[in-house]
Write a protein that binds this ligand. Structure first.
Ligand code: SF4
Length: 349
């Protein structure tokens, strides 16, 4: 569960066996070469296991989410088999809806009509970037126009739309990533995810890195870009379901050859946003930095909603360190108030 609402997702990994594409960052073909299609029993066992842990948690919504490859790019018969399994749980009232992620160029009337039959609620698109040069260098095999067409159709059929973006792909720049976030905001999806690019062993991206053709952004730069994208999306009222990969995505610091993976990436990004907003609030209240320093000892209480309190200290207290170095006589206190909007930081006294 990675959202502020009480919304749980039961993840079902559907590897894309024999995916004909060759996105430079993807290691699916290396992984799936050793795999069999997921069996019905594996899926029902996973769902039952999750349901038993989710019981009694007062959740607003529970979804079964098919992720991994590109759900609608697998043969229709196999999609239907998986959808039927999930739909049984929806009909029985044990989960609320089905959710899936796929490629923008595998969305058409036939595919969406089939998803509608099984009352799929949300379709997420692995968009990655709206920049054609980035898409080309990443060998995605489609252009940004395919994304616009897919988003329109998904909307027309009445699905909730999700958009996944990546940061730091080949050919990317901060400006391009921010532009992708702005275009996403304009498309008004219900939800979004932002993933910094990780370089996995055995991928074309690993070769590009080794030859010097690709330079990974690293944690700092990726977090700085993601912070600005996060602001754009959250200001547009889009639910940001995920920021960065989790260790449960089978990524650990050692498996990312590019060094951009961080296990608490979302906290890093939200902490940076908190620091910027806290400093802006401080300056608005007490004047420019020189005035605050010249004022001598100053006790200030910052507030946020309960969920965001830890963002004020920052990951491992990095924000406290920042303020201590810049304003040595500032005595900081933090408090929570759930009337304050999510991701908003203010000075209360
Ligand atoms: S990211 Fe998806 S579409 Fe691209 S190669 Fe991997 S499985 Fe195929």
């Amino acid at each position: 569960m990675d959202s502020m609402k009480k919304h749980a997702i039961i993840p079902i990994f559907i590897p894309h066996l024999g995916c004909p594409h060759s996105c430079v960052f993807c290691d699916q073909n290396a992984i799936t070469a050793r795999q069999q299609p997921v069996s019905e029993k594996e899926i029902t066992d996973t769902i039952e296991q999750w349901l038993s842990t989710l019981e009694g948690r007062g959740l607003d919504k529970v979804e079964i989410s098919f992720y991994g490859g590109s759900f609608t790019a697998i043969p229709l018969e196999l999609q239907t088999k998986y959808l039927e399994i999930g739909y049984r749980y929806v009909r029985a009232g044990r989960v609320d809806s089905l959710h899936l992620s796929t490629r923008p160029d595998y969305i058409d009337d036939e595919i969406l009509t089939n998803l509608k039959k099984y009352e799929v609620g949300a379709v997420e698109l692995g968009v990655q970037s709206f920049d054609d040069e980035v898409l080309e260098k990443s060998q995605r095999g489609h252009t940004a126009d395919a994304v616009f067409d897919a988003c329109r159709l998904i909307r027309e059929y009445g699905f909730d739309l999700g958009i996944q973006l990546m940061v730091g792909l080949p050919g990317d720049t901060k400006e391009k990533d921010i532009r992708s976030a702005e275009i996403t905001a304009g498309l008004r999806p219900s939800l979004a995810r932002i993933y910094p690019t990780v370089v996995l062993r055995g991928t074309a991206l690993a070769d590009m890195m080794a030859s010097g053709e690709y330079t990974p952004p690293g944690v700092e730069k990726a977090a700085d870009i993601t912070k600005d994208m996060y602001r754009i999306l959250s200001d547009a009222g889009i639910e940001i379901m995920r920021v960065g990969l989790k260790s449960t995505d089978l990524i650990t610091p050692g498996t990312d050859l590019g060094g951009t993976y961080h296990p608490a990436f979302r906290q890093l990004v939200e902490g940076m946003i908190a620091r910027e907003d806290m400093e802006a609030a401080l300056i608005e209240r007490f004047g420019p930095a020189e005035n605050i320093r010249a004022a001598g000892h100053l006790a200030v209480t910052f507030a946020s909603c309960g969920r965001c309190v830890s963002n004020m200290s920052g990951h491992k207290g990095v924000n406290r360190e920042y303020f201590r170095a810049k304003y040595p006589e500032l005595e900081m206190h933090f408090t929570s108030d759930n009337d304050i909007a999510d991701n908003t930081y203010i000075v209360v006294k």
